[in-house]
Ligand binder design. Structure first.
Ligand SMILES: Nc1ncnc2c1ncn2[C@@H]1O[C@H](COP(=O)(O)OP(=O)(O)OP(=O)(O)O)[C@@H](O)[C@H]1O
Length: 241
């Protein structure tokens, strides 16, 4: 589905990211972990074309993308959800409908789709509430519904659950995983929380200092880290216990 070849991101003389190759298959959930400043957000931004790399090639469904000028139709196949919920000062319904309105989807379809996605995320009862009056967990549900309503082929998530308390997070993770497995949405998921990663991800990549030092099945990477990943995995062991 997505393939990176020799992707580099340098700033002045500093290499922030260097990924010789990375392939992401359709429908998989790929996790990304690593210390602060390892380059996870930079990689997400490059994958979702929010930021152009300074070198390398990006392929989407075997076609090379012109990374410095990605067409709008292509960008619209992807959705990005960040830790900060970008909620508009209007109702929950209008927030979830926003992307469809921009795409000029007919009103009758908008109503049908919004009702469906509010239901999927268990927030139908909040439809008329002002989105600025929501709790963190409710707001993040709105944020996720707003992304998934666009039927993205790829979903990029950068620590979307970090600010949530544990019971809220567990409930949302369960609902969310069921939805993305059902819709077979290819998902790239950055997190600092090993529990989230274990629960969500088919594969896990460990980034250190701008390099993917290990990638493989989530259980294998966490249980058998290589010499480069093991200091980071070891430091997380307190959280695992
Ligand atoms: N546009 C930029 N210009 C200069 N330096 C940048 C730029 N973007 C990121 N960096 C630097 O690149 C490095 C990687 O940053 P990035 O945000 O990708 O890391 P991260 O792994 O997502 O970190 P965190 O876990 O703290 O969110 C950091 O040292 C950051 O300061």
């Amino acid at each position: 589905m997505i393939r990176l070849e020799n992707i580099q991101y340098t700033n002045k003389d500093r290499t922030i990211l260097s990924v010789p190759s990375l392939s992401i298959t359709q429908g998989e959930i790929l996790g990304m972990m690593g210390p602060n400043g390892a380059g996870k957000s930079t990689l997400i931004k490059i994958l979702s074309c929010l930021q152009a790399p300074t070198g390398g090639k990006l392929y989407y469904k075997n076609a090379e993308l012109p990374i410095s000028r990605i067409p709008l139709e292509q960008r619209r196949k992807w959705a990005v959800v960040l830790q900060q919920t970008l909620i508009f000062d209007t109702t929950v319904f209008q927030n979830v409908a926003a992307g469809l309105k921009i795409r000029k989807v007919p009103r009758s379809q908008i109503k049908q789709k919004v009702d469906f996605w509010l239901e999927q995320f268990g927030i139908s009862h909040l439809a008329k509430k002002n989105a600025h009056q929501l709790s963190g967990g409710e707001a993040q549900r709105v944020n996720l519904a707003r992304a998934l309503i666009l039927d993205p082929e790829v979903l990029y998530l950068d620590e979307p659950f970090t600010a949530l308390d544990y019971p809220t997070k567990v409930k949302l993770l369960k609902d969310f995983k069921a939805i993305i497995k059902q819709t077979k949405t290819t998902t790239i998921f950055v997190s600092h929380d090993v529990t989230e990663i274990q629960f969500m991800c088919d594969r896990l990549a460990i980034l250190m200092d701008g390099h993917i030092v290990q990638i493989g099945s989530t259980a294998n990477v966490l249980n058998n880290p290589n010499q480069y990943a093991s200091p980071f995995i070891h430091d997380m062991s307190l959280h695992i216990e």
